[in-house]
Write a protein that binds this ligand. Sequence first.
Ligand SMILES: Cc1ncc(C[n+]2csc(CCOP(=O)(O)OP(=O)(O)O)c2C)c(N)n1
Ligand SMILES: [Mg+2]
Length: 322
Amino acid sequence: MPPSPEQLRHMLRQMQTIRRFEERASADYHAGEIYGVVHCYIGEEAVAVGVCAALERDDQIISTHRGHGHCIAKGADLNRMMAELYGRETGYCKGKGGSMHIADFDIGMLGANGIVAGGISIVTGAGLAAQLAGNGRVAVSFFGDGAANAGPFHESINVAAAWKLPMLYVCENNLYAAQTPADGTTATIDIAARGAGYGIPGVVVDGNDVLAVHEAAREAVARARAGDGPTLIECKTYRWRAHTERPTQPDYRPPDEITAWKKLDPVARLVEHLKSHQGQFSDDEWRRMDQEILAEIETSVGYARSSPFPAPEAALEDVFAD
Ligand SMILES: Cc1ncc(C[n+]2csc(CCOP(=O)(O)OP(=O)(O)O)c2C)c(N)n1
Ligand SMILES: [Mg+2]
């Protein structure tokens, strides 16, 4: 079923939460309050939200190094996320993981992952576990266009197709792997075309149109739950910010290209859709929603700042080697 007006508002709220969360994370990173590396998802919000809106709470997803959007779309707690970025004990990984290591198994978020393509095989294991348990769960792998050229993509999709695992493989094709344009490393324009090589459907979607993403995800979820196997969904999208927030990694992309993609703003498009198709949504309501989101982000920053750093003695706790 297409999303109800209520669901559409919820999707808009989540997309704007991702954007505001990252605007704040970026500002606080540049102010020296957040450590490590931060990769922003701004511009790609429709992918995480459109897909996760088609899932149930106990369906499982795995993310990438650019993971805040997937966490928020799956329902992660903003306070614990921000505390993790701030390196505090109350964070998802007790402040020892940072932006690229946020996981919340209670909501089916199996984790961000700093290893490009590393998550694809892990979550394929989750799909196999769901099939063996017969619990009806679906597993979703989010990954980039760069990751689609790495071994785990091919090995995982091959086995998932052969065993008809209940999987969605969602490629976020933002045209670049770090500074490298996709057309310099990939001979085909559409990653989705590779689905044919594994005998599964490959679908290209406008990744800046949350309704289109959601529709493709719904169909793929239905197929997976029916025992018909995985679907490869390629979402054409674009990140607005540089690969990371590190000042030492400048953005080499053409300014005209960035400007052109910003005109396809996925958040603005959903706002316009709500205003024109769901007459009740007004500028006032949108402003109010945004103010509420900003207040939640402020609360999460307050939570993070007032939380302690992990004790030095805890450095070797929760690690797998000593
Ligand atoms: C195995 C591995 N190789 C290289 C890197 C360095 N690296 C981090 S992000 C990235 C590019 C990933 O591109 P893509 O999969 O398209 O994701 P995007 O950053 O565009 O979202 C690279 C090469 C890494 N983290 N892991
Ligand atoms: Mg990419």
